[in-house]
Design a binder for this molecule. Structure first.
Ligand code: SF4
Length: 433
């Protein structure tokens, strides 16, 4: 299965190229030196990542030709057939009209959306968010792969099962060769075009080693690389960017400094935000967000989380449920409901700039197996599949019984593909900015 559709370069405009997909044209940043008009490329996250031969491109496009339009049709019809609210829910309808006219709703409006308790109004909010997703993103859906390269972590985040507080966990650190082989499998055998490399904050794996790994991946594979190694500081971010990383996954977890402090002894929110702001300045695509359902968290806190993600120039919002792990200080706290988390995603779709992608986290699927589909019908349009080798994946236990933890990559892909096809979503990925 291919995770992106090849497009043909139509023109150049400074560092940008215009890429054509069956008549639809999108802009992407080009960093390849020998690219010319007429070439075929794969692009991800708004970057051209690799050139592809004309024969390979035409073969792939042939298989996509009918499917591309069939999927669009399914998505168009699903939005048209959505139950709408008639004259009801005027306040939400006004917000929707504002967003549809490219306006911005206020923080108070966002809090209203997050606090709605009326089942009919909540359904209307979800449907309206789906309309916005359809208007601004069409039926495209990011499908990134994630490789969990090590579960050693020096931090003690109170919600996390791989924090150093969990002394019962077997720890691992994948070697460079193991990582490169996982990347090869993901890119060459399964067609992934964007990969996230993730680990805990591991002082025994110095930045220079991570830089070496990113450099080697960049040299060998045409893939967009996101890094997620916790706080690596300005120098670390610069080195990883120079090596070829173009995305950063770093959640701030809570915008409320008191909650943050409580859950992250020895760390502070400002340091984390400094990393995120500097990464944005460097040109990283930012994936960030927070946990929903933390002890003491209010709707106002969540609205500020969404606001902060916007201020950080988020490219893809990652907000997932708090899930208790038995070997953490929060073991006895309850998770939120799937409806509460999906409402957050739908409200975020109203508030954040229209180009922002919204991720369905594995945490949400772990909370409830049907939540992935509900989230996709409520404004979300991205997912990640776990491409970590099976025996390592089971040890990356940030919370217990993670969704898909016993599934092979092939099974995960099949289930993602079936879901996307039933919803009329195409796994294409280009920035709409
Ligand atoms: S959340 Fe990240 S930094 Fe915190 S303990 Fe878990 S892996 Fe480590």
């Amino acid at each position: 299965m291919c995770y992106a559709i090849p497009g043909q370069v139509k023109s150049f405009d400074g560092k940008f190229v215009l890429v054509d997909y069956f008549g639809e044209q999108k802009k992407a940043i080009n960093e390849l030196s020998a690219l010319k008009v007429g070439d075929y490329v794969y692009a991800q996250g708004g970057f051209v990542i690799t050139k592809v031969s004309q024969s390979e491109a035409l073969q792939t496009l042939e298989t996509w030709k009918d499917l591309f339009f069939e999927l669009k049709d399914i998505d168009d019809r699903s939005v048209k057939d959505m139950p709408w609210a008639g004259a009801k829910f005027a306040k939400v309808r006004d917000m929707f009209d504002c967003v549809s006219a490219d306006g911005k709703i206020s923080l108070q409006d966002l809090q209203y959306l997050l606090s709605s308790k009326d089942a009919g109004e909540r359904e209307f909010i979800r449907n309206a968010a789906n309309q916005s997703r359809h208007k601004y993103h069409g039926n495209s859906c990011c499908v990134h792969g994630i490789i969990e390269i090590g579960n050693v972590c020096d931090q003690v985040c109170h919600y996390c099962g791989i924090s150093r507080l969990n002394t019962s966990l077997t720890r691992y650190r994948m070697s460079k060769e193991e990582i490169l082989e996982s990347v090869r499998v993901a890119v060459e055998d399964y067609g992934f075009k964007a990969l996230v490399l993730q680990s805990g904050e591991d002082a025994d794996r110095p930045i220079i080693e991570l830089v070496d790994i990113v450099t080697e991946i960049k040299k060998r594979f045409g893939v967009l690389i996101f890094v997620s190694f916790g706080e690596v500081g300005r120098e670390g971010l610069e080195q990883l960017y120079t090596a070829g990383a173009r995305g950063l996954l770093l959640r701030f977890e809570s915008s409320n400094p008191n909650i943050y402090q409580e859950l992250h002894p020895g760390s502070n929110l400002d340091d984390r935000l400094k990393d995120l702001r500097y990464a944005n300045e460097l040109g990283y695509l930012i994936i960030t967000g927070s946990l929903v359902g933390l002890p003491g968290q209010t709707a106002e806190d969540i609205s500020r989380d969404i606001q902060l993600a916007g201020e950080l120039n988020v490219e893809m919002l990652s907000m997932g449920p708090f899930l208790p792990h038995p070997h953490t200080p929060l073991a006895h706290n309850l998770p939120p409901t799937k409806e509460a988390v999906v409402q957050v995603l739908a409200a975020a779709r109203f508030y954040l700039p229209s180009h922002v992608k919204i991720l369905v986290t594995t945490g949400l699927e772990t909370l409830n197996a049907e939540a992935r589909e509900l989230a996709f019908r409520s404004g979300a349009n991205s997912m990640m599949l776990n491409v970590t080798p099976q025996e390592k994946k089971l040890l990356y236990e940030i919370y217990p019984d993670r969704a898909h933890q016993n599934e092979s990559l092939a099974v995960q892909i099949d289930s993602a593909k079936n879901l996307l096809q039933s919803l009329g979503r195409a796994p294409t990925d280009l920035s709409f900015r």
